[in-house]
Design a protein. Structure first.
Length: 373
């Protein structure tokens, strides 16, 4: 065996012994501070170098003076390595403690204070972890805001539904008792009123069922290719009688025959809800205009009424469940479910619904993906 091979063998044996002891130490200290583990790594490095050097020196029978020089060099290198390792370990531990303290705030209270990661992370991994926790904190805050808004909307809906159910039920009970006692001079008129109230209650229950399916993500859709022109025509014909009764003009001249792939029944309901809402909010001799146009890769359906506009503070809540505007507790206003159903159906078609004020009224826009050519 050559001298070089012997040197490599002795050096490998000494380094392996030091490495084995270091691995055992790391296993015993695996639940301790990372700073202590870094010190062990530095010690293993120096010990491996020193053990290999001493093995080679013993095998080559170096002089005692040369051996002391080698040992002194190793000791100095070890001291510097330990010092650097301790500094790095303290920085990593301090960064970890700061990140832990900041993370603890994620589960405290209502989370009103957003997560703020330490400004100077000692390592790229801790910095990346801080950024991920900040993003998670933002998502949690948004989720909490949506939960609060949904809970407030549900409470408001329950209050309004209770009001809308109590009033007609009380009227139905009074009319039924009057008919039962024979105290009614015109029974057919009472029968017609009872039928009208029952139909309104049935429509309200249907809206609640539809909204529950939308919110549960269980709305079945059967999309097919159709023209927006036909879609708008069907919706206008369905509300024509109501518009004539209230003296409101329906205008649909600005409709382009753009193709879309939608569920015709559900999208007709969207337009019907928007048109009925616009007709109820528009005064007599007013105009409700329907338009449809292609915009980039989308189709925009617009319904413009003459309601006089919506207060700016109410615009973000128009499509919330139960919203009916200020003081809107009359029967024509419904249960405040129509616009919530509109948004749910449109979003199920991968679209979006919005509202903006225009001179004399407001415009509801439904944006849907255009059908491929």
């Amino acid at each position: 065996m050559s001298d070089l091979a012997q040197i490599a063998l002795y050096a490998a044996a000494g380094a392996a012994a030091a490495g084995l002891l270091g691995a055992m130490a790391l296993r015993l200290l695996r639940h301790r501070s990372v700073a202590l583990s870094l010190v062990v790594v530095a010690a293993v490095t120096v010990a491996a170098f020193l053990a290999g050097t001493l093995s080679v020196a013993w095998a080559m029978f170096l002089s005692s003076h040369d051996l002391r020089v080698v040992v002194l060099v190793c000791v100095m290198a070890g001291i510097v390595s330990f010092a650097v390792t301790l500094v790095l370990g303290r920085q990593v531990v301090a960064g970890s403690k700061a990140l832990t303290a900041a993370t603890r705030a994620l589960g405290d209270g209502e989370g009103s204070t957003p997560f703020a990661p330490p400004e100077a992370a000692p390592t790229a991994e801790l910095a990346e972890l801080g950024r991920e926790l900040a993003a998670t904190s933002a998502k949690l805050a948004a989720s909490r805001d949506r939960e609060r808004a949904l809970e407030a909307s549900r409470r408001e809906l329950v209050a309004w539904i209770s009001h809308d159910l109590r009033t007609p039920l009380a009227g139905l009970r009074a009319m039924a008792e009057a008919l039962e006692d024979g105290m009614v001079p015109d029974p057919p008129r009472y029968h017609a009123q009872i039928r009208a109230e029952v139909e309104r209650l049935s429509a309200m229950v249907g809206d609640l069922f539809e909204l529950s399916r939308i919110q549960a993500g269980a709305l079945p859709l059967s999309p097919s290719r159709m023209s927006v022109y036909d879609l708008v025509g069907d919706a206008i014909s369905g509300v024509g009688a109501l518009a004539s009764e209230r003296g409101v003009r329906l205008v649909g001249a600005g409709v382009e025959p753009v193709p879309v792939e939608v569920d015709g029944r559900e999208m007709t309901r969207v337009l019907a809800n928007l048109l009925v809402n616009a007709i109820h909010r528009t005064p007599a001799d007013g105009t409700v205009a329907v338009a449809a146009r292609r915009w980039e890769e989308s189709v925009v359906l617009s319904v413009t009424d003459g309601c006089g506009g919506i207060p700016p503070e109410d615009l973000p809540r128009v499509f919330d469940t139960g919203w009916r505007g200020t003081g809107a507790r009359t029967p024509p206003a419904g249960a405040g479910l129509g616009l919530a159903i509109v948004r749910g159906i449109v979003e199920a078609h991968r679209g979006r619904a919005s509202v903006t004020n225009v001179p004399g009224g407001c415009r509801f826009d439904v944006v849907l993906p255009a059908a491929p050519n």
